[in-house]
Design a protein around this ligand. Structure first.
Ligand code: 4NP
Length: 149
């Protein structure tokens, strides 16, 4: 069973959306979860703007709860997708060996290989930021799902 973890900073805007989108494209043989590198939003539901854009496309992510990335996630998950360079550094800092580091990937490299493009943090912007993030993640998740299935 392949297990995939989506990681952002707060685990309330980008990664819960990525979790919901990828889950909707995969069968139940896959486990998809999300986490944040920061502890600010542990136990919180996703941002209402992420819940709204997910709902617009037929996905319900309202039940998700924020949690912080932990070292044991390297053992649990096969693939760890991060949204930006800062998430990448924060996760890799916790890696214990090259195998851990090898699991960590910039999610938009699934669309634009090796470019290290970032999914922008929509937290302080308007609703259009969430639509933009949704479209980026949807495209990346299409490619991820195609490779995995
Ligand atoms: P996320 O967005 O990393 O996509 O969940 C953020 C959410 C909260 C904060 C920053 C980014 N914050 O600073 O509280």
């Amino acid at each position: 069973m392949t297990k995939i973890l989506m990681v952002c900073l707060g685990n309330i805007c980008r990664s819960p959306l990525a979790e919901g989108i990828l889950k909707s494209k995969l069968s139940n043989e896959f486990v998809v979860d999300s986490a944040g590198t920061a502890s600010y939003h542990i136990g919180s539901p996703p941002d209402i703007r992420s819940v709204a854009v997910a709902k617009k496309y037929g996905l319900d992510i309202s039940h998700l709860k924020g949690r912080q990335f932990e070292v044991s996630d390297f053992d649990t998950f096969d693939l760890i997708y991060v949204m930006n360079e800062s998430n990448f550094q924060n996760v890799v800092k916790l890696a214990r060996n090259p195998e851990d580091i090898g699991k960590v990937k910039m999610i938009l490299n699934e669309v634009h290989p090796n470019k290290n493009y970032e999914v922008p943090d929509p937290y302080y912007g308007g609703d259009n930021g969430f639509e933009n993030v949704y479209q980026m993640l949807d495209e990346a998740c299409n490619n991820i799902a195609e490779q995995l299935q």
